[in-house]
Design a protein around this ligand. Sequence first.
Ligand code: AMP
Ligand code: MG
Length: 388
Amino acid sequence: MNEDYPLFAQDFTGRHQDADPGGRTFRAGRVARPDSRNGSQVVSASACRSAAARLLVAMLLLAASGCARGKSAPPPQSVHWLCMGTTAAVSAPAGQSARVQRLRETVGTAFAEIERDLSIFLTNSVLNAVNAAAGDPTPVPVNIHVAAVLRHALDVAKAGGGAFDPTVGPLMALWGFRSGSVTHPPAAAAITETLERVGWRHVRLDLTDPAAPAAALTRPGMRLDLGGIAKGYAVDLAYDRLRAAGDTDFLINLGGNLRAHGVPGAGRTGWGIGVRDPFHGDRILGTVALREGEATATSGNYERFVVLDGVRYAHIIDPRSGRPVTGVAGVTVIAPTAMQADALSTTLFVLGPEAGLRLLAAFPGCQALWVLDEQPVRTVSSPGFVMR
Ligand code: AMP
Ligand code: MG
C-alpha cells in the first residue's frame, strides 16, 4: 500500500505575502512582472491570490493522484487557513472532519500566540519592544516564547559561524524586503555601514531568572528578525499542545514547516511528504517519510525575492557578506523538531552543501537535501536523507 500523502514540504498557496505598507508583495516569480518605471519588480496582491489558487489546485490534484496510487486508501482530511502571511494547515486521517476542526482550534490558537509575540510586522509584538530599545544595554522583559526562540537562534548562529543570524533585520530592509522603495542594489559602503548594526554577538539574552527572561540589543539600530525560525517554533508549540491533549495521527503545516504524528490512515506506515521541485512549483522531486514526531522545513530562493536593476535577489541573506545568497535554489531539512528544521534549513541555505554537510554532523537526527541553482538540476544530500 502506498502511504504517501504528497503535501509539498513547502507552502505554495500564498506563502509569505508580506505586503509592505506600500502594497508591494514579494513572492514567487511566476506572478511577478517587471515594472519598467523603476527597474524594480512589483507583484500585485490579486495576482498572488490567483496564482495561489492555481497552485492550490495543483496541490490537490497531486494529493489526489498520490492517494489514488494507494487504491483503497482515502486521502487524509485537511483544513487550511491564512496565518503569519502564509498558509497554515492541519490534517488527520479521512472521516474525522469534526476532529480536524478541533485540531485546527488548538493549532490556530498556538500560531496566533506566536505571531502576537514574535512578529516584526505587528508594532506591539514582544519582539518589537526589544527592537525599539536597541542601543540601550538594559534588557527588556520578554516571555518564554521569545526567550526560547532567541536562545535556539543564538545557538544555531554560533554553531554555524554566523550563517544564521537573528539580527539580520537591517539587511532585509537595506535590500528592499521591508519596503517598496528600494530599486537598486545597495552600494558596498551602505552594506558595510549596515553590517555595523547586525551581529548575533551583540544580543544579550538574560536567563538568570528563568521565570523572567529579558533581552537587549546592544547597538543602536539593530533589529531582530526571527523569520527564519519562528514558524518552526510555532509548529512545535502546536504539536506539544495536541500531544498533551492526547491527540495522535496528525500533520501540522505552517508555510512549509511541517511536523507529523502517527499515520495518515489505517494500515499506513507514516506521513509521506513531497519535496517540491524549486524550478517547477507544481512538481515534486520525491517524497520523504516522516517518522514519529519528526519535522521538515524547506528554504527556497523562489519564495520571496526582489528584483533590483533587473537582477533577482532571494530573501535569505548571508550575514557575513551582507548580500543575498546565490547558488542554492532550495534546502529541505528533516529534524527531530520543527524549530531545528526551520533554523537549519535557513542556515544550510547560506552555507551551501560543503560547509553545510560539515555543520550537519553536529546535529543528531538531522538530514538535509540541497537543490543547487543550476541546470540541469543537481542535488546534494546527507547520507541519511532518503527520498523515494
Ligand atoms: P526561511 O524561509 O525559514 O529560510 O526564512 C527566511 C527568512 O529568515 C527571511 O525572510 C528573513 O526573515 C530571515 N533571514 C534571512 N536571512 C537570514 C539569515 N542569514 N539568518 C537568519 N534569518 C534570516
Ligand atoms: Mg528557516
